[in-house]
Design a protein around this ligand. Structure first.
Ligand code: NBG
Length: 817
């Protein structure tokens, strides 16, 4: 069954390009771009030749799109994000151009393996996890919906670190993703801007990457800023013979875009980080003013031209910086500047975890961004005056709402700045948005109820089904036609096959193939044999205590003990993957625990054919593409109220996984849509936990009533999974039995029951396939196209602008602009 990835021809690009022509183009690029003969060419050379040939095909769309936006002066989304976890471009671009099959033909003609070439592309890992990947899905959806948009961010020279697992522990190394060049970007030295940080000036240079829409002519731009020193070196120092000093400034400046902070859901308050934020935000805003001017619009129209979206608080300094640019650089008065700012800026909150809420020491601000701090003070004064007038005699309220946190070390609260400076604030799933209103920003909701809203996250079906799961794509095309790629609601048409035995067979066939594919990869990478017929139980995501990988680990130990005691349980393979922030000791210990368990379990002949545990190193977008389609059971087991949404949960369900999960984030919406019978629920709700917490939570009473959990904990404590070392896991166990901040012990009993229900359900293969199918069929809602439509209508007020083919021909443009 070949996956047909060709979009409708009326919308597709390059209808005339066939396999032979693409093969010719590759030969040409091998010669003219790579300067190689076939006999010397490496796989990577051929990857580049193909990438360049594909790039040639999309340039027309890209140029046309920019031209059409410029001519029309259309309202544009300006998406500000410190992270974009893009994943490799080549295959996605092939799918979106409708050239996937053509590329296959071209490679066949040249005797090359297309998948091998695709695997050559280093992935731009410019993000940590869900937040960065969401930004990438959103860019692709905006282009596919033909929405005028620019994504702005930082061109980190080193992305998220590479993770190796050495004797069960995480070892980090750098990710030099640009080392072999990047065929997808174009440098725009003509668009560079100075940013003053403290006493230094740094220049931001634009690097543009095209973001192709699916089956349309739109190709939007992702513009990432790279930091450069104003001068390559300081001539005065150089002439005086101080060569080190001569290049110091250059090194310091360029450090700004050197590396992504590898922290997920934590804020470290480092000077470099604040500098990165102002750097990319200021460059982006200056670029918007340049665009405005180029289109002949007055600065006072800034808010009609642009909808500025803050992806979390990382770009929140935009509120002060836009005010500064309007007032200081463009001579606008305060009140007008403030109306412009609040009319165009909106803010998405992505977490309730207190450690992730960014605050910056006032002294650091003073030192790096004195003018912006002055502006923040002024915003605060005016804001608090308004609050005071409405709420006489409530100093505690003022203290809570202030942009400045008082105390021995005064701090700027970036979330409060973002809320005050925005016209809309949203959370990323129903529950999360409710908690944002009820807890995090409650007094602001009193003041501005209409400001707060929800947009549930989504994922792009192009990358997460069409690219990731070709066998499922083929089956869908045969069954419901190919329009699901642009209208994921079409998946609901699968429902009518839920009781069709022959169809369920085919469904299972697709899933078996994907599981076989993942088993091969596991064998290749780890030398571990896993049975593709076993239940694949998967938890891949950042490692964090609130996500509770340790809860899953405890459950595996319980299972191990039960099998050792002679119980006959259906075969399971537990698959983990995810990175821990390098400084997060507890998360690293959780990885170590999983590694220790894997080592014992996989060596024990008594477990053979019943239990396997693997930790896949270096989880990434490309690895995710191989994992998600092979998941039977999706572990979404965070402490209720703490996972804002989750998006891995959506990728898995769409690809036919059944979820075991808590009532947290988007799990709740998934469960409501797929039906409560097709979801394994457990755990306390956010409300129940609130009650428990109020009474003073302690794990001991739970543990005392749970001999099974106790036995598992004791076994870990005995050194069984650490070669006799009784101390290794002590911090983790002491934490679980002491304060248990993430309520593992309160939920472990319910989790066990849910797993027993999974075992019972798995034995009924037809019943399981039916559940799997219904999960896909009913999750069309979780397309990022739907999320983006929500933002466009309810937050940005932008409309789509279809791009017609060939508005500009390369030859017809003699050097304008
Ligand atoms: C993460 C949440 C996820 C959510 C993504 C995207 C941060 C700060 N938040 O639950 O933890 O799916 O954002 O919204 O990374």
């Amino acid at each position: 069954m070949a996956a047909s990835t060709v979009p409708p021809t009326d919308l597709g690009t390059s209808p005339s390009l066939d396999g032979h022509a693409l093969a010719e183009a590759m030969r040409r690029h091998l010669f003219f771009t790579q300067a190689k003969s076939p006999s010397l060419a490496t796989s990577h050379d051929y990857y580049r030749a193909l990438a360049m040939a594909v790039r040639d095909q999309l340039l027309q769309n890209w140029v046309d799109t920019a031209e059409a936006y410029t001519q029309s002066g259309v309202r544009t989304v300006s998406y500000l994000s410190a992270e974009y976890l893009l994943g490799p471009h080549l295959e996605n671009n092939l799918v979106n151009l409708g050239l996937r099959d053509v590329a296959q033909e071209a490679c066949d003609e040249l005797g090359l393996d297309l998948m091998q070439l695709i695997a050559e592309e280093p992935e731009p890992g410019l993000g940590n996890g869900g937040l960065g990947r969401l930004a990438a899905c959103f860019q692709e959806s905006m282009a596919s919906l033909e929405l005028p948009a620019i994504g702005y961010g930082i061109r980190y020279e080193f992305g998220i670190f590479r993770q190796q697992i050495v004797r069960g522990s995480q070892v980090e190394s750098t990710d030099p993703w640009l080392a072999q060049g990047n065929p997808w970007e174009v440098i725009r030295p003509e668009w560079s801007y100075p940013v003053v940080i403290g006493v230094h000036t740094v220049i931001g240079v634009a690097y543009d990457t095209p973001i192709l829409g699916y089956g349309v002519h739109t190709a939007n731009t992702l513009r990432l800023w790279s930091a450069q020193a104003p001068e390559a070196f300081d001539f005065a120092s150089f002439n005086a013979g101080d060569y080190t000093r001569a290049v110091l400034q250059k090194i310091n400046s360029e450090t700004l875009s050197k590396v992504l902070y590898p922290n997920d859901e934590t804020s470290q308050g480092k000077q470099l980080r604040l500098s990165q934020q102002i750097f990319f935000v200021s460059c982006s805003l200056q670029d918007m003013f340049r665009i405005l001017k180029g289109q002949g619009l007055p600065v006072t129209e800034f808010h009609t031209k642009f909808a500025v979206q803050l992806n979390d608080t990382h770009p929140a300094i935009a509120v002060a910086e836009l005010m500064r640019l309007l007032i200081d650089e463009h001579g606008v008065d305060w009140d007008t500047a403030w109306s412009i700012t609040t009319a165009c800026v909106s803010y998405t909150n992505h977490t309730l975890l207190p450690e992730a809420l960014e605050t910056w020491g006032v002294d650091l601000f003073e030192q790096l961004l004195p003018r912006q701090l002055e502006i923040i003070y002024e915003i605060n004064t005016r804001f608090l005056r308004m609050v005071r007038i409405r709420n006489p005699g409530q100093p505690a309220l003022l203290e809570r709402m202030s942009l400045i946190q008082e105390g021995p070390q005064r701090k700027v609260r970036m979330a409060n700045l973002a809320v005050v400076g925005s016209h809309r604030v949203n959370g990323v799933a129903e529950l999360h948005s409710r908690l944002v209103r009820k807890d995090l920003f409650a007094p602001f909701v009193e003041l501005w109820p209409e400001k707060f809203t929800n947009v549930t996250n989504g994922v792009t079906p192009r990358r997460w089904i069409a690219v990731a799961n070709p066998s499922l794509s083929g089956l869908l095309d045969d069954t419901i036609g190919s329009t699901w790629r642009r209208d994921l609601g079409e998946l609901s048409r699968l429902e009518s096959y839920a009781d069709d035995g022959a169809f369920l067979e085919r469904w299972r066939g697709v899933r078996d193939l994907n599981k076989q594919r993942l088993s091969n990869l596991i064998h290749q990478q780890l030398g571990v044999l896993v049975d593709p017929a076993s239940l694949f139980d998967v938890q891949v995501k950042r490692i964090h205590e609130y996500k509770r990988q340790h809860l899953a680990a405890l459950q595996i130990v319980e299972r191990y003990l039960r099998i050792r005691n002679g119980e006959d349980l259906p075969p399971r393979t537990f698959i983990f993957g995810g990175k821990a922030a390098p400084g997060y000791a507890m998360a690293k210990l959780i990885i170590r625990l999983i590694g220790g368990i894997a080592e014992i379990v996989n060596m024990d002949p008594a477990m053979d054919g019943r239990l396997r545990v693997v930790f896949l190193p270096n989880f990434s977008v490309s690895l995710g593409q191989k994992v998600y389609p092979a998941v039977d059971l999706s572990e979404q087991i965070s402490t209720a109220g703490l996972e804002a949404s989750g998006t891995g949960n959506m990728k898995m369900a769409l690809n036919g996984a059944v979820t075991i999960g808590t009532l947290d984030g988007a799990n709740i919406e998934i469960r409501d849509l797929v039906g409560h019978d097709n979801f394994f629920l457990f755990g306390h709700t956010a409300e129940q936990l609130e009650v428990i917490n109020r009474g003073g939570y302690h794990p001991m009473p739970w543990l005392e009533n749970d001999p099974i959990a106790r036995e598992a904990i004791d076994l870990i404590g005995s050194g069984h999974f650490s070669e006799g070392d009784r101390d290794l896991f002590h911090p983790l166990l002491a934490n679980l039995c002491g304060s248990d901040p993430y309520r593992v012990m309160a939920d472990i009993g319910g989790y066990r029951k849910a797993h027993n229900a999974v075992d019972a359900a798995w034995v009924d293969a037809v019943g399981w396939s039916r559940m799997s199918l219904l999960n896909s069929a009913r999750c069309g809602f979780f397309s990022s196209d739907r999320s983006i439509r929500d933002y466009a209508e309810r937050i940005w007020n932008v409309e789509s602008m279809p791009i017609n083919a060939c508005t500009v021909l390369p030859s017809a443009q003699p050097g304008r602009r």
